[in-house]
Design a protein around this ligand. Structure first.
Ligand code: GLU
Length: 429
């Protein structure tokens, strides 16, 4: 009979959750759910000096935020009695020895150690390359390798799914499992995460702190899809999945061996997709904390309706929204459409001001505004660009923005005319 699938995410709370850790947790979660198994969260907090409660909290909060629920939870700091028991056992059998206050595990000098890895096949190490190593430090603290193995055994872990950076530790772990007379779990070493230049991703080159992405307004749905594709891909090339759908399609045997490149543009693409799918009220609720400008809820909502399709993440909103709340400075040359001239632009702006001023507040609708500007261009013998371009620049101060009619509609009559007059003054000045 096959063993029940039991996997674990085993972070050391010596730092906050990082992108790589979040991906490891996700792969473990998907594999557990797919196989109707259990996911265990094991906090590896044996390093008393470097482990901190804030990091523990950060890890758990972010896993929950992603929707990755675990079934059991353990803290290594509470399991010391168990570790002491097995340490005594190894000492008694002479598989470990004391030296200078520390306890060393005795490793064989000849033979091969084979790591059977679901992604990598059999990876061979030579036993002579593994020197005797410390399992308990002279201050009494237990070393990672030892407690990691005891817990994997005691917690009946069926598959160890972890980062490729641990592959070099695995021979030590296999030797420990054997010494303890324990079953060896199946191994799955998932690929390293790389920068675009294929160097190993680090804090210097990318933001690796997971919580920073949540803080910038990336959605859990987007991060899940992005993280899962750091090493895995759908056979049909599909990009967007719910967590539930991923449980069905995810397959460890499709995880690549080669490093997975972290492409921020791809994350933005995912986030843009999920942001643009939100209802206006859901979008407003999420966007609200990012709005630094004063305004009524209904004005904010109107502004956001023009930007929902534009922002890749919510922290971009203050910059995208700015001109809706305050006039921005721009160079007057920006007002002139590339196929036009300053004289024609002056004509376009002044005739726009004239017709727009005559429009009542009630008629200030996108449809009417479009109509009236079209008619004015034709009547004045101007190109559409002589009117629509400078009006848009006058209102936004930018070379790229929502359409002039949308801007007029959201800014309203009074503010729009004020900005158009400023623009005209700039050109005449
Ligand atoms: N505490 C180790 C780490 O955070 C766990 C490694 C493992 O999954 O075995 O890297």
């Amino acid at each position: 009979m096959r063993r029940q699938v039991r996997v674990r995410f085993a972070p050391s709370p010596t730092g906050a959750l990082h992108i790589g850790g979040a991906r490891t947790a996700l792969f473990n979660y998907l594999f557990a759910k797919k196989n109707k198994g259990k996911l265990i969260l094991r906090i590896e907090d044996t390093d008393k000096e470097r482990s901190q409660k804030v990091f523990e909290k950060d890890i758990k909060t972010n896993l929950k935020w992603l929707g990755l629920k675990w079934d059991e939870e353990y803290y290594q700091s509470k399991r010391v009695t168990l570790y002491k028991k097995y340490l005594q056992q190894l000492l008694k059998k002479d598989l470990a020895y004391k030296q200078a206050g520390a306890v060393y595990f005795r490793t064989p000098t000849t033979g091969k150690i084979v790591v059977k890895d679901i992604i990598r096949g059999s990876v061979e190490f030579s036993a002579s390359d593994v020197d005797d190593f410390v399992i308990q430090k002279s201050d009494g603290g237990f070393v990672f390798h030892f407690v990691n193995v005891i817990d994997d055994w005691d917690m009946k872990i069926s598959h160890v799914i972890r980062g490729e950076d641990h592959l070099s530790n695995t021979p030590k772990h296999i030797l420990l499992f054997k010494a303890l007379g324990a079953d060896i779990p199946e191994y799955v070493h998932i690929p390293l995460i790389l920068n675009e230049d294929r160097s190993k991703m680090s804090k210097r080159t990318n933001d690796v702190n997971f919580a920073d992405y949540a803080a910038k307004g990336y959605l859990p749905e987007a991060l899940i899809n992005f993280l899962v594709q750091l090493g895995w891909s759908d056979p049909k090339g599909r990009e967007f999945f719910s967590l539930k759908e991923l449980i069905n399609v995810f397959d460890l045997s499709r995880v690549q061996k080669a490093g997975a490149v972290f492409d921020l543009k791809y994350l933005n693409h995912h986030n843009h997709h999920y942001l643009s799918q939100l209802s206006p009220s859901a979008y407003y609720k999420l966007a609200k904390p990012y709005i630094p400008f004063r305004g009524t809820e209904s004005y904010h909502k109107k502004v956001l309706s023009l930007l929902q399709e534009r922002a890749e993440y919510l922290a971009q909103l203050p910059e995208l929204m700015g001109f809706f709340y305050k006039t921005s400075d721009y160079d007057k040359s920006l007002l002139v459409f590339k196929k036009s001239s300053p004289a024609q632009t002056v004509n376009g702006l002044s005739s726009s001001i004239k017709v727009l001023s005559a429009l009542t507040e009630k008629s200030w609708t996108e449809k009417k505004l479009q109509q009236i500007l079209d008619t004015t261009a034709a009547a004045e013998g101007l190109m559409p660009g002589d009117i629509f371009w400078p009006v848009r620049v006058a209102l936004s101060g930018l070379s790229g923005s929502p359409s002039p009619v949308e801007l007029l509609s959201v800014l309203g009559k009074k503010e729009s005319i004020k900005r158009l007059e400023i623009a005209l003054k700039k050109l005449n000045g």
